[in-house]
Each structure stands twice: as C-alpha cells, then as structure tokens.
Design a protein around this ligand. Structure first.
Ligand SMILES: CC(C)(COP(=O)(O)OP(=O)(O)OC[C@H]1O[C@@H](n2cnc3c(N)ncnc32)[C@H](O)[C@@H]1OP(=O)(O)O)[C@@H](O)C(=O)NCCC(=O)NCCS
Length: 145
C-alpha cells in the first residue's frame, strides 16, 4: 500500500475508473450521477503515481426523510482489489464527509457481493435484497459517522 494516496479528487480524475469498474459496457451517461456537479458533493480517488485506481462519491441525499449523505460509485480497478485500497478510500471519504457538515447519516445501495466489505467498515444492512436493473442484487446499507 506504500505509494497509494487517497485524496479528494475532481470528477475528471476519477470518471474513467467509475465507468470502467461500475458501468462497464454501458453508455457514458450511465456513469454520471445526480449530484456530480453539486457544490457540496465530495469525490475521492486513490492514486498510484498519476494512475487513478479507485473512486468514490458522496452526495447529499435524504435518508428516511432526513438530511443525509449517499455514498455511490465505490470502485477499485481489478488489479488493485483486495489490497486495502477500497478501505482507505472509504475511510478518507467518511472523514471528509464528517468534516463537511453536521449531518452524520450516510447510506448506499450496496451490491450484494460488496456487503461484507461495507460491514467490515462498520456499515449495517438497512433493507431487504432488491434488484437494480442491469446491475444485479443490492441491499441498502447505512452508517452513522
Ligand atoms: C468492493 C470493493 C470496492 C472493495 O475494495 P477493495 O480494495 O477490493 O477492498 P479492501 O482490500 O480495502 O478490503 C477491505 C476489507 O474488506 C474485505 N473485502 C473486500 N471485498 C470483499 C468482498 N467482496 N467480500 C468479502 N470481503 C471483502 C477484505 O478482505 C478486507 O478485509 P480485512 O480488513 O479483514 O483484510 C472492490 O473490490 C470493487 O471495486 N469491487 C467491484 C465493484 C463493486 O462491487 N463496488 C461496490 C459497489 S456497491
């Protein structure tokens, strides 16, 4: 993990990885998220030298009718998965979110195969299993920051 830096990033810096890892084979619009351009949105990337190897996004989106943050677009390129990069990016994003406002609730739509990853970072299941068209089975998960 030496040489891997997780930091706040621009959409341009992380967009290709988001598209490749999370919307492979889909048109470019599928990789654009509501809130990408909102001023409060927080984008994080991990970089090995110049290369972007991971991405994550936090946008403001209500949870159960109350102010909250939504995590989306959490991905790590295949050759860097299972090496601690995702954990580092998520911890960095959570830290930035904590410092950005008083809102402590964060949630996400987690792919079924990623649930154990989020649980290791203290997230908990908050829904039944549901399908996202074209992506697969998901669960809602939450964390209090
Ligand atoms: C899911 C993903 C973001 C995890 O990132 P990562 O860099 O591979 O994970 P890390 O190496 O930081 O793993 C942190 C911990 O979670 C565990 N973990 C990671 N992915 C896991 C998985 N799919 N199932 C079970 N445990 C997992 C690791 O073993 C590690 O545990 P440890 O701390 O006991 O060693 C990444 O694998 C990925 O991009 N997958 C494909 C896209 C995807 O599914 N994104 C999530 C969309 S909701």
């Amino acid at each position: 993990m030496d040489g891997v830096i997780a930091r706040r990033a621009t959409l341009d810096e992380i967009f290709q990885v988001r598209w490749d890892v999370l919307r492979a084979g889909c048109p470019v619009e599928a990789a654009r998220f509501p809130g990408d351009d909102a001023p409060e949105t927080i984008l994080v990337g991990a970089f090995v030298g110049e290369r972007n190897v991971s991405c994550a996004t936090a946008t403001r989106a209500q949870w159960e009718g109350r102010p909250a943050w939504q995590l989306g677009g959490m991905g790590v390129v295949a050759d860097w998965q299972k090496r601690g990069v995702g954990q580092r990016v998520l911890a960095t994003l959570e830290d930035l979110v904590r410092r950005a406002s008083d809102v402590r609730q964060i949630w996400c739509n987690a792919r079924e195969e990623a649930v154990a990853f989020y649980e290791k970072q203290g997230w908990v299941l908050a829904s039944e299993r549901f399908q996202v068209e074209g992506v697969g089975p998901h669960f809602k998960m939450t964390k209090t920051l």
